[in-house]
Write a protein that binds this ligand. Structure first.
Ligand SMILES: CSC[C@H]1O[C@H](OP(=O)(O)O)[C@H](O)[C@@H]1O
Ligand SMILES: Nc1ncnc2[nH]cnc12
Length: 294
């Protein structure tokens, strides 16, 4: 990877609750992509938007059969990497933990607190150990584009905020919700970790549009979150999300240099296992996501 490299971006879109398709894709084709970690949530939808190559993955599968804790996050990210994806825009329904972030608001989050415990969190393992930086877990370059295009469309957008990732599938207790508020978190959801950290391990730029659907269960003037309320608000949010996607793809799809935020070099100094101590079988798998440094 040279400093003068020209990247022809391929944009990955991960659609969350209520977003199972993308409008206006041309040359559309659903394709099965098998990875060394198994199958992703569904087939991937390949196509072009304004000439830019895009790959869409419905996070929970079409029809939403897979709960957050059972998603094969490694297969989802590996399948996007194996499809050539360089930049991911993740679209997620979230609960609001702040008064000033009402339903309908979009938050371009910049931090996570990961409270999940049952998920496979790394492509690396015994036989090849890597430690990447997660200090800034989201791609600020994509965040800039999302913010500019979102504001241009007149959407209610907040730049920055912490997304609390809970295990689920049950929603939080009120005590938990208030605890996360006391930590200063902005929004709560169940899916963005380890999705974001695996994207970083695979050196894919990743940014999240967190679309507020409810006030979780802490707000005295609002009902506690239910699937019904999330789905109802997502009907309004999804039209705005689709408009945002349509606006950001041409901007993100322009040929560019290396990522100014450095996400595409995340593995540069991350491997610690000596070459002669590495497990050949694991290395074979890792070539799908980390060939650049192996
Ligand atoms: C249907 S409400 C709970 C569900 O919605 C969010 O999913 P996603 O991030 O894929 O939009 C949340 O994390 C839960 O999985
Ligand atoms: N309140 C909430 N908690 C967790 N995930 C959510 N997704 C949408 N609303 C949510």
């Amino acid at each position: 990877m040279s400093q003068n490299e020209v990247v022809e971006p391929i944009i990955g879109l991960i659609g969350g609750s209520g977003l199972y398709d993308i409008d206006g894709l041309e040359e559309k084709e659903w394709r099965t992509v098998e990875t060394p970690w198994g199958l992703p949530s569904d087939q991937l939808l390949f196509g072009r938007l304004d000439g830019v190559r895009c790959v869409f993955l419905p996070r929970h599968g079409r029809g939403h059969p897979i709960p957050p804790s059972r998603l094969n996050y490694r297969a989802n990210i590996a399948a996007l990497k194996m499809s050539g994806v360089t930049d991911i825009v993740s679209l997620s329904a979230v609960g609001s933990l702040k008064e000033e972030l009402p339903p309908g608001h979009f938050v371009i989050v910049d931090q996570f607190i990961d409270r999940t415990i049952w998920r496979e969190k790394s492509f690396f393992d015994t036989g090849c150990v890597a430690h990447i930086s997660m200090a800034d877990p989201l791609c600020a370059r994509i965040g800039d584009v999302l913010e500019e295009q979102g504001r241009g469309l007149g959407l209610d957008v907040t730049r920055g905020g912490t997304y609390l990732v809970m295990e689920g599938p049950q929603f939080s207790t009120r005590a938990e919700s208030n605890l996360y508020r006391s930590w200063g978190c902005s929004v709560i959801g169940m899916t963005n970790m380890p999705e974001a950290s695996l994207a970083r391990e695979a050196e894919i730029c990743y940014a999240t549009v967190a679309m507020v659907t409810d006030y979780d269960c802490w707000h005295e003037d609002h009902d506690n979150v239910t699937v019904e309320s999330v789905v109802k608000t997502m009907q309004g949010n999804s039209a705005k999300a689709k408009a945002l996607v349509k606006a950001v793809i041409p901007a993100l799809g322009q040929p560019r240099g290396l990522c100014s935020a450095g996400c595409d070099r995340a593995l540069e100094y991350a491997l610690i296992t000596a070459p002669d101590a590495r497990d050949p079988a694991l290395l074979t798998k890792l070539k799908a996501v980390a060939a650049r440094v192996l």
